[in-house]
Ligand binder design. Structure first.
Ligand SMILES: *Cc1c(COP(=O)(O)O)cnc(C)c1O
Length: 210
């Protein structure tokens, strides 16, 4: 089980304190914010958990150790090319993001499209496909996310039966629903507010702060 401490909006000083306390795997959802923070926080492993625009892909490959939010084959192809340049001989670990609930507000492949996505990403030599990622349903009770997490696990099992090269990771669960996610088989949880506290309200309308 990997705990990704999602440090978006937390200043570097607080993130350094978290690393000193043993939280060495960190998550950010925006490349620009990470670019300022990563050099200030040595000794950590960084996961990108937010949507990635193609014009920021090179910077993302330079900054992050894992890209959890691969949501198009086009992006995967670009990351593969960049990883070959930026980190030759060291395939970049990625997860495919699945929009289990077909939520228009969320990125990710529809479950039906995940098959072609897995096949395409497995063919890219500079990426290592570690597994799948999803975001739970925003709801009143954590229980409401259980069906989403269960579906991701079942999809992962089905996909691996056909594509054994797909890794076993299931990144699911955040502050409000990580316990349910763990019960449903999460191998990675991404927890922000429960570690760093509530985030300040809206600094940037583009930032997906959920
Ligand atoms: C912000 C964020 C998290 C962490 O959310 P919390 O509710 O603070 O735990 C996890 N995953 C993604 C994709 C995020 O954007």
């Amino acid at each position: 089980m990997t705990l990704v401490a999602v440090s978006k909006t937390a200043p570097a000083s607080r993130v350094r304190a978290a690393v000193a306390a043993g939280l060495t795997v960190l998550g950010e959802n925006r490349v620009q914010e990470a670019a300022g923070k990563v050099p200030e926080v040595p000794g950590a492993i960084w996961h990108l958990v937010g949507p990635l625009q193609s014009n920021k892909a090179r910077r993302a490959v330079e900054l992050f150790d894992v890209i959890e939010s691969v949501d198009s084959v086009e992006l995967a192809v670009r990351l593969d090319r960049l990883a070959g340049e930026v980190r030759p001989g060291r395939p970049l670990p990625v997860l495919i993001q699945v929009n289990v609930d077909a939520d228009a507000a969320k990125a990710g492949f529809a479950p039906a499209d995940a098959w072609a996505a897995v096949e395409a990403v497995l063919a890219l030599p500079n990426l290592r496909l570690d597994g799948l990622m999803t975001i739970g349903r925003l709801a009143t009770s954590p229980e409401d996310a259980r069906a989403t997490f269960r579906e991701l696990r079942e999809l992962g099992l089905a996909l691996r039966a056909r594509y054994p090269g797909l890794g076993p990771e299931l990144s699911m669960g955040m502050t409000d629903d990580y316990e349910v996610a763990v019960e449903e088989g999460a191998t990675i949880v991404r927890v922000g507010r429960a570690i760093f506290g509530e985030r300040p309200r809206i600094a940037d309308p583009d930032a997906e702060q959920r």
